[in-house]
Design a protein around this ligand. Structure first.
Ligand code: SF4
Ligand code: SF4
Length: 133
């Protein structure tokens, strides 16, 4: 069950400790779906869509993109496919969509956000709300 903001404020719950296992579960499950369907037909910076310019390369211009590929753990990126990859694997896209809905429910989908970015944002929101109550 999703902890309400009121419960977090009243009982001093650690939202990070409560939600972090969910983040990791969704991330691992997303990777399993990618491994099963291989919608990108290649890995990371060598993706087929990026090379063929069929649609935007998903990592283009990202500050977290290093020489060897992504340097962070990002749930948003793990669960998103570009338009080309979606057409390559409609089944995989359906399964990822279910995970995206769950991630959104828990407030864990931040565009190109690393895991640290996500929980920093959540902590900031909680601190602000504590001050307001
Ligand atoms: S989602 Fe598209 S752009 Fe991103 S790695 Fe896969 S094929 Fe490339
Ligand atoms: S955070 Fe996302 S967009 Fe940025 S390098 Fe990593 S996978 Fe690519």
């Amino acid at each position: 069950m999703k902890p309400t903001i009121e419960a977090v404020l009243t009982y001093n719950l650690s939202l990070k400790r409560t939600v972090e296992p969910i983040y990791d579960y969704l991330y691992t499950t997303g990777q399993e779906i990618l491994d099963k369907y291989n919608p990108c037909k290649a890995n990371g910076a060598d993706c087929v869509a990026g090379k063929g310019k069929r649609c935007d390369h998903c990592c283009g211009g990202c500050p977290y993109l290093g020489d060897e590929g992504c340097t962070v753990k990002s749930l948003w990126c793990k669960l998103m496919l570009c338009c080309w990859a979606r057409t390559q694997s409609p089944e995989g896209e359906e399964e990822l969509k279910t995970l995206r809905e769950q991630a959104a429910h828990w407030g864990l989908l931040g565009y190109r956000a690393s895991k640290e970015d996500t929980f920093r944002h959540i902590s900031k929101t909680i601190r602000r709300m504590r001050k307001e109550h």
